[in-house]
Design a protein around this ligand. Structure first.
Ligand SMILES: [Zn+2]
Length: 224
């Protein structure tokens, strides 16, 4: 059986091929030790040309808490010299980037494309579908599940603290925003003020602030 995800698109992923690939898991199709020199593409940047390649480091993701995790869902297709998403290719009918039949080879914007892809709700849904299906066929991808769970737990922890601050301010009818949204500013309002106060005693929130915003920089409510 082919190790190249692009070879499965011609049959439009029959239920049979889907099940076989679920049993094999993404590692079977990842090709992360391939020679990527053939992926070179030349872009024009003003009056000079720049050559870009697919970079192996994209198989690793740095989490907000500085932990590194493997991007197990990211696949390289040697025949197309492009990258695909394992779970979206299998379960998404929509034409998301990284799950079209030609994959993605926009190396100039690939960092942004991959980050946007893994934060896309459709991608998260396809990952959940994959994990549920792999469980159903008795193939539990422990690594992928724990990676997914770690992220879920991290954001649950952030949310818990946000909810506590929101509840506190709402119960006293206090305004959230101040004159600015700058960390460390005495005029950044009750919401950010409370978050900063929490961070003095709560190492989790202190780390989150350290990774998300620097004192003196604008720190938007929605980014927290
Ligand atoms: Zn995806």
């Amino acid at each position: 059986m082919s190790h190249d995800i692009a070879d499965y698109f011609h049959e439009n992923f029959t239920e049979k091929s889907r099940e076989i690939l679920i049993r094999k898991g993404p590692a079977y199709l990842q090709n992360k030790d391939s020679d990527f020199s053939d992926t070179s593409k030349t872009y024009t940047d003003g009056d000079r040309s720049v050559t870009r390649y697919f970079n192996k480091s994209l198989f690793i993701r740095k989490l907000k808490n500085n932990e590194s995790v493997e991007r197990k869902w990211l696949l390289f297709s040697p025949s197309k010299n492009s990258v695909f998403c394992f779970s979206c290719s299998l379960f998404n009918s929509s034409d998301l980037n990284l799950c079209s039949s030609s994959g993605c080879s926009d190396w100039k914007h690939i960092n942004h494309i991959i980050l946007a892809h893994e934060n896309n709700p459709a991608h998260r849904r396809s990952m959940i579908t994959y994990l549920a299906r792999s469980k159903a066929v008795g193939r539990v991808d422990i690594d992928l599940i724990s990676q997914h769970q770690k992220e879920v737990d991290y954001w649950k922890n952030v949310l818990k603290r946000i909810v506590a601050v929101v509840k506190f301010l709402t119960s006293r009818g206090l305004p959230f925003r101040g004159d600015n949204e700058i960390l460390g500013s005495p005029n950044n309002g009750n919401y950010l003020g409370c978050v900063e106060l929490l961070s003095e005693f709560d190492p989790f929130i202190a780390d989150h602030l350290k990774n998300f915003g620097n004192p003196g920089k604008v720190f938007l409510l929605k980014g927290f």
